[in-house]
Design a protein around this ligand. Structure first.
Ligand SMILES: Cc1ncc(COP(=O)(O)O)c(C=O)c1O
Length: 381
């Protein structure tokens, strides 16, 4: 049996209720929500509303209608950026972003949007002062990830959000890594657009995500089509969520996401956070003891949302990752993790790093087996 330590890519296994919810929705909820008025359609609609309300409560969203279901964080970020920005708008972002954010921004740059990239420190962190300085030229949007998928670095999004709100600048947070791991409240953190992946820290299935839009903020849809509402009109509905949810939704995904959110609420985010800190503690302390390994990213555990990137001196990370899998059955991720600029920032471009990202169900013994395997591989170099 393999030891899965790649939760930053996607969480596995899922909590049992998530599997059951997906199966039940697929088997029993036959209708297409909002399409017609028969009983199965209504039942599907109720299920979607229930999940929407659960997600809204989880992220502190006042009006559940402004929680939009998407296919994942990438789709949410694209909808937010392409739905908001016009040529001439200025965006401030950071050097730590995943391609899910930096590629659409680059594409928009080609269309006349101005993008300024704040260089993070070698620990991956940007400060409010840096963001403020970058916003000294009129800026429409600050867009950044809450937690780096390369180093686990946590950005001070609450501080940044409150400052942006005071200065009339919108904030888009890529919460792909942090949702379900760190507390997020869109009201307290003054987040205008929150992009969430359902399949990572929320323990839902892949193919489902959320975009939480601040009530009153109007986005142009990225996808046009049927919504079940305002069908006589050729233009999309003006109201959320229908405006941004054209096409049949992913019902099993939505049901699984709701079960994941319930699992997190019932377990308690503080319990998950404590487990993550224990795992990080074991990883930091264990890797430090192995001669020839070097850990990148935040030096203090509290600034790490759950990802440890490291290298073994003189060894290609791809080879180490391959051997961990082949010889020890331990699954990590190696390379650039879809964030090349982050590696330039921490000094690990172009080879990248070996990334270990434990999940709630990983045991201390599994982490110990990884450390033993790294120690043997390092000794043989
Ligand atoms: C920081 C970050 N942003 C965005 C994404 C994209 O998420 P998804 O693949 O669910 O669209 C990821 C996925 O790894 C990520 O780590």
């Amino acid at each position: 049996m393999a030891i899965y330590l790649d939760h930053a890519a996607t969480s596995f296994p899922k909590p049992e209720p998530v599997y059951r919810a997906v199966d039940a929705a697929f088997r029993n909820v036959g209708g297409n929500p909002g399409r017609g008025g028969h009983r199965m359609t209504l039942e599907a609609g109720r299920m979607v509303l229930d999940a929407r309300e659960t997600a809204a409560a989880f992220f502190g969203v006042r009006d559940a209608a402004s929680v939009v279901f998407t296919s994942g964080a990438t789709a949410s970020i694209n909808q937010a950026l392409f739905g908001l920005l016009q040529p001439g708008d200025r965006v401030v972002t950071t050097s730590m972003e995943h391609n899910a954010l930096s590629r659409p921004l680059h594409a928009l740059e080609q269309r006349g949007v101005v993008v300024e990239r704040v260089a993070a420190g070698t620990d991956g962190r940007v400060t409010l002062e840096q963001i403020r300085a970058a916003c000294s030229t009129p800026t429409r949007l600050v867009a950044l990830s809450h937690c780096s998928n390369v180093t686990g670095t946590i950005q001070p999004i609450g501080e940044i959000g409150r400052w942006c709100r005071q200065h009339g600048i919108l904030l888009l947070v890529d919460a792909a890594q942090s949702a379900g791991v760190l507390p997020i409240n869109v009201e307290d953190d003054a987040i205008d657009l929150l992009a969430v992946a359902g399949h990572k820290g929320l323990y839902g299935p892949s193919g489902i995500g959320l975009l939480c839009v601040r009530p009153g903020l109007r986005l142009e849809p990225l996808i046009y089509g049927g919504t079940g509402a305002n069908s006589s009109e050729i233009i999309p509905p003006t109201e959320l969520p229908e405006r941004l949810e054209a096409g049949t939704p992913n019902l099993p995904g939505i049901a699984g996401l709701k079960a994941g959110l319930d699992f997190l609420s019932e377990t308690g985010l503080h319990v998950l956070a404590a487990r993550k800190q224990e795992q990080l503690q074991l990883l930091y302390a264990g890797l430090e003891k192995i001669n020839g390994t070097r850990v990148f990213g935040p030096t203090s555990l509290e600034n790490n949302g759950g990802v440890v990137s490291f290298l073994v001196e003189g060894r290609d990370p791809a080879e180490i990752g391959f051997l961990l899998d082949r010889e020890y059955g331990i699954l990590t991720r190696v390379g650039l993790h879809c964030a090349p600029e982050a590696h330039r920032t921490i000094g690990t471009f172009p080879g990248g790093t070996i990334r270990v990202s434990p999940g709630f169900f990983n045991t201390a013994e599994e982490i110990d087996l990884l450390l033993q395997a790294v120690a043997s591989l390092t000794a043989s170099s």
